[in-house]
Design a protein around this ligand. Structure first.
Ligand code: SF4
Ligand code: SF4
Length: 212
């Protein structure tokens, strides 16, 4: 597949068509595989000695809820999902002979390309593209950095905690150890819900989501 150098696109935005969370296998780093696998051992895979996230039989990611991402809430969204559909390289892609992918941010030189399968290419506000470029380059340096230009909806936490599926997922988190909530949630009413939810489950109160 030929990736498109960022200079050859007018703009990019994610309008949440959901295609990237339903059609592609998500590659993980080994650290992500270990971290996610600690909570959900049945939702990570190794294929041809490469780590992946599990998918449902219909191809959807195991962590997709509506158009939102569970892993984003617990700050475990994989690096490949955070930067999709962009790709950051240290050298130009072999087909990019004119170095159209070159991007300089914070005195660093990187080469950035977009996956043509994303239908958000050439949509949205052209001025947002430079922010997105800056963010993906910063993420390529520090993958744990907070992501603002999300490829998924921010989930409604109050609605989520009342869903039976979420309760199962939280129970797994509560039983298996401590996680960090997405910092964005700490500033909102959700924080209160999180504490209440954790307190309602005494066996999980000393670990899991009882962080505040
Ligand atoms: S990143 Fe692209 S493919 Fe994924 S949901 Fe957004 S618009 Fe759709
Ligand atoms: S963004 Fe979240 S829901 Fe979508 S593929 Fe990645 S982990 Fe799964």
């Amino acid at each position: 597949m030929n990736y498109i150098p960022w200079r050859l696109v007018k703009s990019w935005t994610c309008f949440m068509c959901g295609s990237c969370c339903t059609r592609y296998a998500v590659t993980l780093t080994w650290e992500e595989h270990r971290r996610i696998g600690r909570f959900w051992p049945d939702k990570v895979r190794v294929k041809n000695r490469k780590p992946y996230l599990g998918r449902r039989v219909d191809g959807r990611c195991d962590f997709l809820y509506g158009k939102g991402c569970y892993l984003q809430i617990v700050n475990m969204k994989p690096f490949s999902c955070k930067i999709w559909p962009l790709r950051v390289l240290l050298k130009p892609d072999r087909v990019d002979r004119s170095s159209h992918g070159l991007c300089q941010i914070h005195n660093r030189e990187r080469f950035v390309y977009l996956n043509p399968a994303c239908s958000g290419i050439n949509k949205g506000n052209p001025l947002d593209l430079s922010e997105t470029l800056r963010e993906v380059i910063e993420l390529s340096i520090d993958s744990k950095r907070q992501q603002r230009y999300s490829t998924t909806e921010q989930l409604d936490f109050n609605r989520l905690i009342s869903s039976p599926r979420t309760k199962r997922i939280w129970d797994q988190v509560l039983v298996r150890g401590k996680v960090d909530l997405d910092p964005a949630l700490r500033d909102q009413r959700q924080r209160e819900s999180t504490r209440l939810y954790a307190f309602e489950r005494p066996e999980g109160a000393s670990i899991g989501l009882c962080l505040y």
